[in-house]
Design a protein around this ligand. Structure first.
Ligand SMILES: [Zn+2]
Length: 162
C-alpha cells in the first residue's frame, strides 16, 4: 500500500538544495538519503508544505523563499561583546559557538574581532537566502512506536543506534 506523506510518517528523501544563484549548498549522498519523521519541525516549513501529500517516487522542484526557509535576517541578532569575555581563548572570524542571547540559547558566528570587542551574528547562515530544492521521495511508511517516541527514524538515513 502506498502511503502519503502526512503527520508522523517516516519519510526518506533525496534532495539537492541551491541558493538563488544556482550554487549547490547541500545534497544528500547517493547511499545516504535523509530520513525523518514528518511534521516535527525537522525540515524547513516551506519544504514540509511541498512534501505533504506526496507519495514514494514523487520528484519535484520547489522554490522556497527565505521566510519559509531559515527566516529573514535580523540585524538585532548581531551583537558586539567585550573581547575579555573570551579570556585567553583565540577568537577569529568564522568561529561558531553556542551563546545565551536575548533570544535564548542559539548558535552564533564571530564576524569581526578587534582588540577590545568581538562582533557575533546569531542569524542562521542561510537566513535571508531564497532556496531551490530538487527532491525525490524515496520512501514513505508508518513510523514505529519506538521511532515516534525517539522523535527520529531508525536505520539507513536516520539514526543507527548501537
Ligand atoms: Zn532512536
Amino acid at each position: 500500500m502506498s502511503e502519503t506523506i502526512s503527520q508522523d510518517k517516516a519519510v526518506t528523501i533525496h534532495y539537492t538544495v541551491k541558493n538563488g544563484e544556482g550554487v549547490t549548498l547541500d545534497q544528500s549522498a547517493e547511499e545516504r538519503p535523509l530520513a525523518f519523521i514528518f511534521g516535527r519541525g525537522m525540515l524547513i516549513p516551506g519544504l514540509e508544505k511541498e512534501l505533504e501529500g506526496k507519495t514514494a517516487g514523487a520528484e519535484f522542484n520547489a522554490d522556497i523563499t527565505a521566510a519559509d526557509a531559515y527566516g529573514e535576517r535580523h540585524d538585532g541578532l548581531i551583537q558586539t561583546v567585550p573581547r575579555n569575555l573570551f579570556g585567553d581563548q583565540d577568537v577569529n572570524p568564522g568561529m561558531q559557538f553556542r551563546a545565551t542571547t536575548d533570544h535564548g540559547e542559539q548558535s552564533v558566528m564571530v564576524v569581526e574581532v578587534n582588540d577590545t570587542e568581538v562582533t557575533v551574528d546569531g542569524n542562521h547562515p542561510l537566513a535571508g537566502v531564497d532556496l531551490n530544492f530538487e527532491v525525490k521521495v524515496v520512501d514513505v511508511r508508518e513510523a514505529s512506536a519506538e521511532e515516534l517516541s525517539h522523535g527520529h527514524v531508525h536505520g539507513p538515513g536516520g539514526v543507527e543506534h548501537e
